[in-house]
Ligand binder design. Structure first.
Ligand SMILES: [Zn+2]
Length: 265
């Protein structure tokens, strides 16, 4: 699954250009994947301006001033970027939004079915795929109290499984889940119910820190020698204590742990 900081950076790259600009034409390059009603596109999206670009978990919501929104599921490898209208689309291009101002916004992905939906008003928050998504980890609403109550509901899960559960917290992928556990010094294979209050506090704090840093200072984070994310190759040693890192599968996903820095209690 694509990681939240990557989606956040895409939005930063496109929001400045697209916000307030009018979409003149929408090209559905892959009609099997993008099943939008032609009349709806014509009436409510084309010749309307984009009001805002928002992220919810791994979804990007493009709100139009017509009160309709395009909701795009970034899936495993979705990509949104601005291109020249003269550059030919690729085999992965699903939909292109051409702006009267001259450029186009392209959504590309290797995924299929239901990746792009058009919804009216705020319907996306209580219908369709978004309904099943949990809270956004960078939202101020994810307080320690809420984090603790989510942990209580997911007590039978491993910590890793809990962090990856999109219905609890939306947008944390495999590598950042490991990074959060590493920075917080907690083993990801522990059962959530066995975590102490202090461990939950540390996890809540580092969840915010890791994702915020990866989003706002991506290149610094991805060259930080103290980050586990930069030492995931086989045979790597811990960036803090130099002990050999352990790599194994937890909840079906490759998980990297420092047995010395990450403790059970
Ligand atoms: Zn270590």
């Amino acid at each position: 699954m694509i990681e939240l900081p990557a989606v956040e950076r895409m939005i930063e790259d496109i929001a400045g250009y697209t916000t307030g600009k009018t979409v003149s034409t929408i090209c559905m390059d892959d009609p099997e994947v993008v099943e939008l009603d032609g009349d709806l596109v014509h009436e409510h999206l084309e010749n309307h301006a984009v009001d805002s670009v928002e992220r919810h978990g791994r979804y990007v919501v493009l709100r139009f001033r017509s009160d309709y929104s395009l909701v795009m599921d970034m899936g495993d490898d979705g990509n949104l970027r601005l291109e020249s209208q003269t550059a030919p689309p690729t085999a992965r291009t699903k939909i292109r939004l051409q702006f009267a101002a001259g450029r186009e916004l392209r959504f590309s992905s290797s995924g299929d079915e239901g990746l792009v939906q058009a919804v009216r008003g705020d319907e996306f928050s209580d219908s369709g795929a978004l309904e099943k998504l949990g809270i956004d980890p960078l939202s101020e609403e994810l307080t320690l109290e809420l984090f603790e109550s989510l942990a209580l509901k997911n007590g039978r899960s491993t910590l890793k499984g809990f962090l990856l559960n999109q219905k609890a917290i939306a947008g944390i992928g495999n590598e950042y889940a490991d990074e959060i556990c590493f920075q917080a010094g907690v083993r990801p294979d522990l059962k959530v119910a066995d975590l102490g209050k202090e461990q939950l506090q540390r996890l809540h704090r580092y969840l915010k820190r890791v994702l915020r840093r990866a989003t706002l200072h991506s290149s610094a984070a991805h060259s930080d020698p103290g980050w586990l994310i930069n030492s995931r190759g086989s045979g790597s040693s811990c960036p803090r204590c130099q002990h050999a890192l352990e790599s194994r599968r937890i909840t079906g996903r490759k998980t990297v742990i420092c047995p010395r820095c990450q403790r059970a209690a």
